[in-house]
Ligand binder design. Structure first.
Ligand SMILES: [Zn+2]
Length: 617
């Protein structure tokens, strides 16, 4: 019965869809005629957030000189400890936490009294020796201690496991297949269960006492606790039992760290960007198997009449502002002269639509050959032609620039997306030295075979790195985790898709466009439910936001009554996450505070000095 109903609904939807298509086609045709006759030109969109000269940020990016109140303990002679340390340092650096490190291999003596927050990067507590008792005393006196990683069930853990709230602990690690949040610790966390790709025996199988406050559990029936805290005396112990430390999980660890102490403040980017790769570009002729199957039309008609209206209406529904990156043509020419592509009608039409919807046009390539010379090794994975020399690469970008400038004369092209996310060192240098108008490179966040992978930062040559985190319509489990993580670490979303996703079975084409766009919509809906306040930015605005995030430095001074934040390298705006663990924010001066979820706030700084009154401390 249920199946029948669904079938019925589906046919109904398809019939409705056909009507919609006919209607859209009619509209598009009307628009085409108007555009051709009236030579429609669009007002160029003035970026709300501009990229500044680096000199504006005096002393930016330098480590702060204040005395760190945070300590990271590890053991340089222990491989797992070094791995945990290396991963967590990335988190602390992105949060701009001033910290010191203690390597037990160099000096087993610890001086916890100099710090408020201590993180332990060990899975074998025997490496701490007697020092563990000093740490527990320090906690009772008011310190906050974070165990970053599941610990071996040995004598050293057993001696203190009661302090950690562990009542029972199995000798086998448990396989965690999914993660659930018990409350609102992370933005978007409680909205769903997050499945873990390639699960393994990652976590201690523990049962806790009732004094523990659990934030995250395994999604299965056993509900194994994955993150909890327990107050001890004046202080607090936090245990992270997830056992997965990699780039896609950084935001889980920043959230755990933010539970330490009275409060935690760290800068964020505050931006959501959506890129359309190879758009505009020449539309492939002929038929696509799945498009023909589902829509009975050729690829070019499908793009104009179905794909683009759907992609656009997603933007209109959620306020997305696309950054379309241009491919002039699809030859494999790498020897100049590179002929101008002549059939510009679709470029102008789609490009102007992107601009009209407050989007931006950037560069992708003259063609799709990455900027790599003969010396570059594609390791048999790609068959791209290589460029003979720097001048040839330069002429390709020059031709692309002239082509785009002729189509969109009022635009400045500041965003570069490397084809296939591949960019050689020479290509990278060429962009910085010979194309100063390109201020940002939007490649990819996660490392992969020969990809140009990035952090959110300003490179030494001033180019701003704005990686894309997830892609395509079929947002998989890994991308969901990564999106959740980055929303909570950097307060950022960065996504790209290609028009030809719909032709590629590996990107979901066989499921049909209707399923694909529905899945993407589901993601977008998740994002804006989790973070309705996040700013919608184009590629260059994202770069501008990264620039301010990267350079800003902060000093926090606390008293009983207020929190005083002093900023360094503050230009015109800066954003922060503030988690208050023991107090409620009162009056704010020099900025404004928006509650995001639970005790997590978004602080917008509008001056160099911000004070936040404390209530209920
Ligand atoms: Zn591409």
């Amino acid at each position: 019965m249920k199946v029948l109903k669904m079938l019925h609904r589906r046919t109904h939807r398809i019939r409705f869809r056909r009507l919609q298509i006919a209607f859209t086609a009619f509209l598009v045709l009307g628009f085409v005629l108007a555009a051709e006759r009236g030579n429609v030109r669009y007002e160029s969109y003035e970026a709300e957030l501009g990229i500044l000269e680096d000199s504006v940020f005096a002393d930016g990016g330098k480590p702060v000189s204040r005395k760190p109140d945070s300590l990271l303990i590890y053991h340089g002679g222990n491989g797992i400890s070094v791995y945990i340390r290396d991963e967590f340092v990335e988190v602390l650096e992105e949060m701009k936490i001033a910290y010191e490190e203690a390597d037990l291999a160099m000096d087993p003596e610890l001086n916890p009294d100099a710090y408020d927050k201590i993180s332990i990067a060990l899975n074998d507590l025997s490496l701490l020796g007697e020092a563990v008792f000093g740490l527990l005393d320090w906690v009772r006196d008011g310190g906050s201690l974070l165990f970053l990683y599941p610990m071996d069930n040995n004598g050293s853990l057993q001696v203190i496991s009661g302090e950690l709230g562990i009542r029972e602990n199995g000798y086998q690690y448990t396989v965690v297949e999914s993660v659930c949040f018990t409350g609102d610790l992370m933005l978007g966390g409680a909205q769903k269960e997050y499945r873990i790709t390639d699960p393994f025996q990652s976590s201690m199988s523990v049962i806790l006492d009732e004094e523990c406050r659990v934030y995250m559990t395994e999604g299965g029936e056993r509900n194994v606790p994955l993150l909890w805290e327990r107050e001890r005396g004046e202080g607090k112990i936090v245990v992270m039992n997830l056992g997965i430390m990699e780039k896609a999980y950084r935001g889980f660890y920043s959230a755990a760290y933010s539970l330490l102490g009275d409060s935690c403040l760290y800068p964020v980017i505050n931006g959501s960007a959506f890129y359309l790769d190879d758009f505009p570009s020449p539309v492939p002729g002929g038929q696509g198997e799945y498009i023909q199957r589902d829509y009975g039309m050729d690829v070019a008609t499908f793009y104009s009449n179905v794909w683009w209206p759907d992609v656009l209406s997603l933007a209109e529904d959620y306020g997305i502002r696309y950054t379309g990156v241009v491919i002039e043509e699809y030859s494999d020419l790498t020897e100049p002269p590179l002929p101008r592509y002549q059939d510009v009608y679709r470029f102008r039409y789609f490009g102007n639509q992107v601009l009209q919807h407050n989007g931006e046009i950037g560069f992708h390539g003259y063609n799709h050959m990455p900027l790599c010379l003969e010396s570059f090794d594609y390791q048999g994975l790609y068959t791209y032609e290589k460029w003979p020399d720097l001048d040839a690469m330069e002429s390709a970008l020059t031709e692309l620039n002239d082509f785009c400038a002729s189509l969109f004369p009022d635009e400045t092209f500041q965003v570069y997306v490397p084809p296939s996310n591949i960019l050689s060192e020479e290509g990278r240098q060429l962009i910085a030295e010979r194309f100063p108008q390109i201020r940002t490179i939007a490649s990819i966040y996660f490392p992969g075979a020969m990809s140009y992978s990035q952090e959110f930062e300003v490179a030494e040559d001033g180019v701003i790195e704005t990686p894309r985190i997830i892609s395509g319509c079929m947002i998989d489990e890994y991308m969901e985790i990564a999106a959740l993580s980055e929303l909570n670490l950097h307060y950022v979303n960065s996504h790209f898709q290609h028009p030809d996703d719909v032709l590629d079975p590996e990107r979901g084409a066989a499921l049909g466009w209707e399923t694909m766009i529905a899945r993407l919509t589901e993601y977008v809906d998740w994002l804006y439910t989790a973070a309705p306040e996040i700013r919608n930015l184009t590629g260059s605005e994202m770069a501008a936001a990264v620039q301010r995030y990267y350079y800003v430095n902060l000093q926090v001074d606390q008293s009983e009554e207020e929190m005083v934040i002093t900023l360094d390298s503050f230009a015109d705006e800066a954003w922060f996450f503030l988690r208050t663990n023991t107090w409620e924010p009162g009056e704010v001066r020099g900025g404004s505070l928006t509650r995001l979820t639970g005790n997590l706030y978004l602080l917008e700084a509008s001056s160099q000095r911000i004070t936040i009154g404390k209530e209920g401390a």
